[in-house]
Design a protein around this ligand. Sequence first.
Ligand SMILES: C[S@@+](CC[C@H](N)C(=O)[O-])C[C@H]1O[C@@H](n2cnc3c(N)ncnc32)[C@H](O)[C@@H]1O
Length: 259
Amino acid sequence: MTSADFFDLDIDLLEPGPWSNLGDWSQAGSYQEACRHLAERVGKAAHLNSGNLVLDIACGFGASLDLWVSAYGAARVDAVEFRPSCVSAINQRRTAGAGKAVVGDMRHCWKDHPFPRGAYDAVISVDAAYHFGSLRPFINLAAETLRPGGRLAFTTIMRKPDATAPLLLKMALRLARVNTQHMYLQNDLTNALAQGGFDHCNIEILDTQVLSGFEKFVAQLSPVVFNPRWWQISGTARLCRSLRQAYHYVLVSAERKSN
Ligand SMILES: C[S@@+](CC[C@H](N)C(=O)[O-])C[C@H]1O[C@@H](n2cnc3c(N)ncnc32)[C@H](O)[C@@H]1O
C-alpha cells in the first residue's frame, strides 16, 4: 500500500459521501453529517465571511470547498491535497473561477507553492494536521499566504501535560501515519504559532465530541469481518479510545499578526 492509498478509507462502510473525517458527534445522526459538523466548527473558528478568499489544506475529496462557498459565502477556495486522485476529481468537477486544487505534501517546506502571498482571508485544515509531522511547514505556508489579520483554523492532536504515551499507542499511531515525535504540548503549539507570526491563539479540546463520538459510532456498526478495510476503520475507532490516555483532539485557531 502506498502512502497515498493509506488515506483511501472505505467510507462506504460508514456512509457513502464526499466527507472523510472523524466527525463532530455532538448533534449528528449520521457519519456524513458528523463530518460536516466538524468542518463547520473549523469554518466558524476561521471567522469565514462572505466574499472571503480561502486556502484549504488536505481537503480530501473537497466537500469542504463547497461548504465554505455554500454556508459562508466564500468567493474563491484554493486547495492542497496529498492524493492526486482527489485533486483530479476536484478539478474535473469545479469550474475555473471556483479556485485551484493542487497536489502537495505538508511534511515538507514548500518554497515554490503556487498560491499568492498575503492574499487569503483564511487558511483552514479539517482533521489532517496530525499527519503533517512537524507543524512548521504548515504554519509557514499559512503565515506566508494569509493577509495580515487573516485567520488560521485547524484540528489536530495535542499532547496532554504529565502524560506519557505507552509504546503500543505510539506504534499504533505510527501505523496510522501520525508521527508522535512531533506531537506538541499546548505551550509548544502556542509558541510555534507566535514564532510563525500569529497571535490571538485559541485551543478548544474536542475529545468527547470527536474521539468518543467516532468510537461509539463505529461500535454500533455491524462488523464486515472479511473486509480488510473494515479493520482499518475499527482500528481507528480503538485508537480514538486509547489516544485519550496521552493526547487531546483540539481545534486550534489564530490570527496572522498585522505587520
Ligand atoms: C481525515 S482526511 C480529511 C479530509 C478532509 N479534510 C475532510 O474533512 O473530509 C485527512 C486528509 O489529509 C490528507 N493528507 C495526509 N497527509 C498529508 C500531507 N502530508 N500533506 C497534505 N495532505 C495530507 C489525506 O490525503 C486526507 O485526504
